[in-house]
Design a protein around this ligand. Structure first.
Ligand SMILES: [Zn+2]
Length: 503
């Protein structure tokens, strides 16, 4: 069946199913919300406005929860019969996904479906998409559209990269210069503040939650903070005025790790920002932080010596530990980019493995007993070009649809295992290379969309699709689908009939 992610299908006896205007939608009152959703979708796709009636009418679309028929969390079944359709979810999330899948079926097959039943496949718990709104800002109504599309393909984690050298995007009542100054840069078209108010953030988080998408904010620290220093220069090592960055790359202007005022600022800021979000996770970045400013800073030097640390990278690790302590007070689990694995990781940490094929970082994290999200730049960075054709937008290398589809964390870990056992005799680490044990630490997979070269919604759509479909397919089958030809045909149909309908 032409849906993404793939489902398992069994034929049923009887004539094809075709929804007619005399059909009703039947759902117990506890599921009314989903009946209303389905009603709106059927009106949109088929132009039919079905009535609600939960009596035993035969010509009906019936919504149910059943933990026996669908034993796994988030799972669903759909049965298409001549005079009825049954949508059964293990839980509300499963039922919601059944509706999303029915939408795809109606758009790709029309209102004439051979009698059959279809079942979902159990996926990774983390099925993610990241978006950088610092380099280029995208307004909430557009982000809501992206959430709808994520939900349509059963993606469930939106990683919101809200701050970077080139722009701070969160309203702060305690430190208002962050959004007043840090959200502008001295460049044509970017001189006016562009940020999300706290009300907008809360509204967006609630919108996503209704669609079973968890919003994970990222405040990148201690590097990627030039927009913070533009607002509050006293947080840098030199304390000299600076501006929100107008270049791409990695700025050497970073938070001073030596002064107490940095730690006080960060804690107060986190105390303000954390309650805007509901996810149990909070991303603190931690990547690509040059130590050049620290090396010539008397405060950083002094702190390093006082703590008896051997280098400035260790000074950054103690800052990461400090962040972890702040997050713990709010009951949050810390996520960081894989640079944080270069030190001993605090307990409540998840690693986002991004460099290269992500294998090394994943092994470093797993060997410390930490969970991993695979987001390798070589396969899942959607700011990379989709082909080597002249004029193809994007930067860096080529990551085509096939490359996204073929990435498999299990295979990556097997390759690491071979290299590791060849080079090492340490038995404690070897334990984690048992692939069966290893996969317990795989939270899931995620594509990242950095927006240095993405200026508007049209460009964003081009970079996102169809590659997001490959991620969604593999996220839901735990990277087990190897049939690229079959997938690519399905993706083409989805692009034409589903995405053209919604975007
Ligand atoms: Zn310093």
């Amino acid at each position: 069946m032409n849906v993404i992610p793939k489902i398992v299908k069994y034929p049923e006896k009887g004539s094809p199913c075709s929804i007619a205007s005399n059909w009703v939608i039947g759902a117990p009152s506890a599921l009314k919300k989903y009946a209303l959703m389905l009603h709106a979708d059927l009106k949109d796709i088929l132009g039919l406005e079905l009535k609600f009636n939960n009596s035993k009418t035969s010509e009906a679309i019936k919504l149910k929860l059943n933990t026996k028929a669908c034993s796994e969390a988030e799972s669903f079944n759909i049965a298409f019969y001549e005079n009825s359709i049954e949508l059964i979810g293990h839980d509300e999330q499963g039922l919601f996904y059944a509706i999303q899948t029915l939408k795809q079926v109606l758009l790709t097959h029309g209102n004439n479906i051979a009698a059959c039943s279809i079942h979902s496949i159990k996926g990774y718990s983390w099925r993610g998409m990241h978006l950088d709104v610092s380099r280029h800002f995208f307004p909430i109504p557009y982000l809501k559209k992206l959430i709808d599309l994520m939900a349509l393909f059963r993606l469930n984690r939106f990683h919101w990269h809200l701050t970077d050298d080139q722009g701070w995007r969160i309203e702060s009542k305690k430190f208002p210069l962050l959004h007043k100054i840090g959200s502008c840069r001295d460049e044509e078209g970017y001189r006016e503040p562009q940020y999300y108010t706290q009300e907008e953030i809360k509204d967006f988080v609630a919108y996503a939650e209704e669609r079973f998408v968890e919003v994970i904010p990222e405040i990148d620290m201690p590097g990627h903070t030039q927009s913070v220093l533009a607002a509050y220069p006293n947080l840098s090592c030199t304390g000299e005025p600076t501006q929100t960055w107008t270049k791409w790359g990695v700025s050497e202007d970073v938070l001073c790790m030596g002064r107490d005022s940095t730690y006080e600022f960060v804690e107060e800021l986190l105390n303000e920002v954390i309650p805007l979000f509901k996810s149990k996770y909070f991303h603190i970045g931690g990547d690509e932080c040059p130590d050049t400013a620290w090396q010539s800073c008397p405060h950083c030097q002094k702190k390093k010596d006082e703590l008896g640390l051997h280098d400035f990278r260790a000074l950054q690790h103690q800052f990461t530990n400090f962040l972890s302590e702040v997050l713990k007070k709010h009951d949050k689990i810390m996520i960081g980019w894989d640079e944080i694995t270069e030190g001993q990781l605090p307990d409540n940490t998840v690693v986002m493995a991004w460099r290269g094929n992500a294998g090394k970082a994943a092994v470093n994290a797993i060997s410390q007993g930490k969970n991993v999200i695979f987001t390798p730049n070589s396969s899942y960075y959607l700011d990379w070009r989709q082909s080597d054709k002249e004029g193809e937008p994007g930067g860096f290398g080529v990551t085509d649809l096939k490359k996204v589809f073929q990435y498999d964390p299990q295979e990556i870990i097997k390759i690491e295992e071979l290299q590791y056992t060849h080079n090492s005799t340490k038995s404690d680490l070897k334990l984690y290379f048992d692939i069966n044990k290893c996969t317990d630490y795989f939270l899931g997979i995620q594509v990242n969309l950095w927006t240095e070269r993405i200026h508007n919604e049209k460009e964003l759509k081009y970079m996102l699709f169809p590659r997001l479909l490959a991620l969604a397919e593999q996220a839901d089958s735990r990277s087990t689908n190897k049939d690229y030809i079959e997938f690519s045909k399905r993706a083409e149909i989805i692009m034409e009939k589903v995405l053209n309908h919604y975007l």
